[in-house]
Ligand binder design. Sequence first.
Ligand SMILES: Cc1ncc(COP(=O)(O)O)c(C=O)c1O
Length: 367
Amino acid sequence: MKAEGIDVVSFAAGEPDFNTPTPICDAAIEAIRAGFTKYTPSSGINDLKDAIVAKLDRENHVRATRDQIVVSCGAKHSIYNSMMALLDPGDEVILIAPYWMTYADQVRLADGIPVVVHTRAEDDFVPSLDDLKAAITPKTKAIIVNTPCNPTGAALPRQTVKDIAALALRHGFWVVSDEIYERLIYDTEHQSFAALGTDIAERTITVGGCSKTYSMTGWRIGFAAAPAAVAKAMSNFQDQVTSNPTSFAQKGAIAAFELPDMAVEAMRTEFQARRDLVLGLLRGIPGIKVREPKGAFYVFPDVGAFLGGEIDTDMELANYLLEEAKVATVPGTVFEGVGHLRMSYAASRENIEKGVARIADALKKLV
Ligand SMILES: Cc1ncc(COP(=O)(O)O)c(C=O)c1O
């Protein structure tokens, strides 16, 4: 529709709308000019691994060594490597719904079976311990935990992280901890699994990257920190599939991890202001129920009040909003979050105001 010149307001983006900070771009450009354009070691260059080790220590209180780090073409690639290294056919992987849909497909690609634990909006999308316990079987090989979460914006309380870690240790399964949104967190603190103790660190693959924190989605740099034997298996696998992540993007990533906190803080503060703006506007629409997200850049309103009549599902509602209001959202069903919409507030304040006003008008017609 945009290509046809139609003025669509998009709340669908999964990426920050800021430019990549200049020092990062400069580092990559300098690397290209200096001829740093050839293959590198498959699991990444040592300087970048050292920068990641330092970042994990400083920001996450996670102790790792160079041989535990595998740099990949985005966190998505790191999670795929984790699944391929960990899973045997028929192994089960627990997912906490609503979840980023890639997880289920990557589990299946590795011949595993996704086992879904549902959460409730009333619980701020935090899983109950009983529901998690009920999902564990002798076939459980791993759980994928994403905090802060895409699509709900939930950030797990420290106690929940501890409870999941205790289950993993008791039942001997792995935690794949997707921490890609760790720096975009509001009014609470991020808790890394691997920081809880050496026992759980030996059962955890911590996944992170540059995409969301530094607005580097197109650079394709992510990383995993895992026990050395697992890191070696992931690195061997990656070696035969993609070889190294792009050489000069790795140089940019070093500059990213060395960026002063202030630069990230400016983006985080702006996202928090936009979160508050979109929340206030959505709460002004009769029928919409929305929880306050604690992280990432998504709100996940419950639109159940508008379903069941002429428009039956969140999929149909998203289509209706696109056609009627010229506003793009993502239906919750995509994330196993039926009856919701995911709206990214990685959009200008002006577009947030314009887009939500259009949604309000279109929903009024349904009522
Ligand atoms: C929860 C989650 N994990 C991982 C990723 C992938 O990040 P990357 O760009 O580093 O592959 C995304 C991107 O949308 C995401 O939402």
